[in-house]
Write a protein that binds this ligand. Structure first.
Ligand code: PMP
Length: 381
């Protein structure tokens, strides 16, 4: 099959699997134990911490391993709120991942207040809306670095600088941005950042929270591990796999150019056949691997289904929302009609995507589109 759903999850890199296997068998010691084999596990975790820190451009001591970006997001939001006693207000955007939005809804039910910044029809955040949203009781600003559905990139360095100048903590969910765009946290004044291994060809169930040096937040899980910042015995095999996956992204600029060229080939091919198709967030800085395309008024679910029958796996919006049949809150926030939202599909490329994959899609898509448009193929051709 042709896998074009890398924003949902990625294939585990063989290099990561190989590095993990010994820790799933013989090297099972608890890294906190005092004997020799534990030192090997501890060293595995330390090397992974250095690799993840290198990809983010921060110091290893600023990395806390978690069970994934959902946990990291929750630890950041709840940590900021419990550190800032008395502050009851959060700022986020309308297009965040559900792990942030649903937590915000939960906190609203508990009496917190949340401001949701809007985006325009291109998925752009208007930075001018940020300063006026900040209140004396704002505990945290949390904004996506790159959108999982459209790939649109928010101006995080600038937003974080505004937060810093106003003395408000700043968190970014960089789950989709990590490993896809260059990142140097020494240059970007974010306080907290979430990321996840399974979006960069590492294993599922492991991620990290970057916590800027000098910042101490109450943890989500209390315990001695991760220097008291995240209790619970470390998932050593997964952490080791995360580290190896992070190290695979050392030629980022070259990979970005390769993916952008593939994405452009995909979009050009679709637009050549269906000029009324609409590439969402096209005029915004966006990830090189993500293409979210509106197929006029066609039924996206049906299109997806037929693509699968033709050997192509893509997605209608986010995997997390799939099954719920809810129209994407991201495209809705961009002002698209419900029909346009339901006619939109996301294609997301990864490390193992090749030109042949895009060409296969472009070969099978036209006849599927014609069938859905109810045009007899013989006439159209
Ligand atoms: N944030 C974003 C932007 C994501 O794309 C995802 C994964 N869909 C998450 C958070 C959640 O990550 P995890 O699966 O590691 O909990």
């Amino acid at each position: 099959v042709v896998y074009l759903d890398n924003n949902a999850t990625t294939a585990l890199a063989p290099e990561a699997l190989d590095a993990m296997l010994p820790y799933l068998s013989g090297l099972y010691a608890n890294p906190s134990s005092a004997y020799g084999p534990a030192a090997t596990a501890k060293k595995g975790v330390a090397e992974a911490r250095a690799a993840v820190a290198a990809l983010l451009g921060c110091s290893p001591a600023e990395i806390v391993f978690t069970s994934g970006a959902t946990e990291s997001n929750h630890a950041a939001i709840l940590g900021a709120l419990s550190a800032a006693s008395g502050k009851r207000h959060l700022i986020t955007s309308q297009v965040e991942h559900p792990s942030v939005l649903l937590m915000c809804r939960h906190l609203e039910r508990l009496g917190m207040e949340v401001s949701y910044l809007p985006v325009d029809s291109e998925g752009r955040l208007d930075l001018a809306t940020l300063p006026s949203a900040i209140r004396p009781d704002t505990a945290l600003i949390s904004l996506l670095w790159a959108n999982n559905e459209t790939g649109a990139i928010f101006p995080i360095p600038e937003a974080a600088a505004i937060a810093r100048s106003r003395g408000v903590l700043f968190h970014t969910d960089a789950t989709q941005a990590m490993g896809k765009i260059p990142m140097d946290l020494r240059q970007v004044p974010v306080d907290l950042l979430s990321c996840s291994a399974h979006k960069i060809h590492g294993p599922k169930g492991v991620g990290a929270l970057y916590v800027r040096k000098g910042l101490t937040l109450p943890p989500l899980f209390h315990g001695h591990q991760e220097r008291g910042r995240r209790g619970g015995t470390e998932n050593v095999p997964a952490i080791v796999g995360f580290g190896v996956a992070a190290r695979l992204h050392d030629e980022l600029e070259r990979e970005m150019r390769r993916l952008a060229a593939l994405r452009d080939r995909l979009e050009r091919g679709i637009l050549a056949f269906m000029p009324c198709a609409q590439v969402h967030a096209q005029d915004t800085p966006r990830l090189p691997n993500t293409s979210n395309i509106g197929f006029a008024t066609l039924d996206g679910e049906e299109l997806l289904h037929r693509l699968e029958q033709a050997g192509v796996l893509a997605s209608a919006g986010a995997a997390c929302a799939a099954g719920g049949h809810e129209p994407s809150h991201v495209l809705t926030a961009m002002g698209l009609s419900k029909t346009s939202v339901l006619a939109s599909l996301r294609f997301s490329l990864g490390r193992y995507s090749r030109a042949e994959d895009v060409d296969h899609l472009l070969r099978v898509l036209p006849s599927i589109l014609l069938k859905l448009m109810d045009v007899p193929e013989i006439i159209a051709r």
